[in-house]
Design a protein. Structure first.
Length: 211
C-alpha cells in the first residue's frame, strides 16, 4: 500500500520512485514535480503528467518522447527556448515560442515571414539570427531598435532611414549613408555628424550656420 512516507520520499528525491515496491499516477506526478528528468525513465507517462512537468519548466519537454502539439505549445509558452528540443515544430508552435521570447528564433530553421516579424517586433536584435531576412522584417527590427541595423547586410535606404529615425546614433553602423539618411540623423541630433565619415555638403553648411 502506498503511504505518506512514499510521497515524502519522492518529494525529496524524484528518483526514489523507482525504489518503491508500488506506484500510482499520483505518486509519479509527485516524483515529476520533484525532478522533471524523471520523465525520461518513465514508460509512456500520461499527458497529464507531461503537462504537469512542463507547466513548471518548459525545458522538461526534452525528456518526453513524441510530445503532442498541445504539450509542445504549453512548453514554449512557458519558455520559448524549449523549442530547441522539439523536432519539426509547426508554425503555430514557432509563433508561440517567439511570442514568449523573440530570441527563440535562433532555434528555428527557415522561419516564415510571419514568425520573423513576430520575433523582431518583440526584440529588434533577433534579426541577427535570421538568414536573409525580408525587407519587412528588417524594417520592423530597426523600428523596434535602430541599433539592430548593425546586424543587417547592405540595408536599403528605407531601412537606414527607419533606423536613424528610431535612434540617431544608429548612423554609426551605416556605411556610406545617403544624404537623406545623414540629414535625418543630423536633424534628430547634431552630434550625429561625429559618426559620419564623409558628411554631405548640406550638413557641412548647416554646421557652419550653427557656429
Amino acid at each position: 500500500m502506498i503511504g505518506e512516507k512514499d510521497f515524502d520520499a519522492v518529494r525529496k528525491n524524484g528518483f526514489a520512485l523507482f525504489d518503491l515496491p508500488h506506484s500510482s499516477e499520483e505518486l509519479e506526478i509527485a516524483a515529476v514535480i520533484s525532478d522533471v528528468s524523471v520523465l525520461s525513465y518513465m514508460n509512456r507517462p500520461s499527458e497529464e503528467m507531461q503537462l504537469t512537468a512542463i507547466e513548471q519548466n518548459g525545458y522538461a519537454i526534452q525528456y518526453i518522447k513524441n510530445p503532442s502539439e498541445e504539450v509542445q505549445l504549453v512548453a514554449v509558452k512557458q519558455d520559448g527556448y524549449a523549442i530547441q528540443f522539439i523536432k519539426n515544430p509547426s508554425e503555430e508552435v514557432q509563433l508561440a515560442a517567439v511570442k514568449q521570447n523573440g530570441l527563440a528564433i535562433q532555434h528555428i530553421q527557415n522561419p516564415s515571414e510571419e514568425v520573423q516579424l513576430t520575433a523582431v517586433n518583440q526584440t529588434g536584435y533577433t534579426i541577427r539570427f535570421i538568414k536573409n531576412p525580408s525587407e519587412d522584417a528588417q524594417l520592423a527590427a530597426v523600428s523596434q531598435n535602430g541599433f539592430a541595423i548593425k546586424y543587417i547586410d547592405d540595408p536599403c535606404e528605407k531601412v537606414q532611414l527607419a533606423a536613424v529615425s528610431e535612434i540617431w546614433r544608429a548612423i554609426k553602423y551605416i556605411d556610406d549613408p545617403t544624404e537623406d539618411v545623414q540629414f535625418t540623423a543630423f536633424r534628430n541630433n547634431r552630434r550625429a555628424v561625429g559618426f559620419i565619415k564623409n558628411p554631405c555638403i548640406a550638413i557641412k553648411l548647416s554646421m557652419v550656420e550653427f557656429e
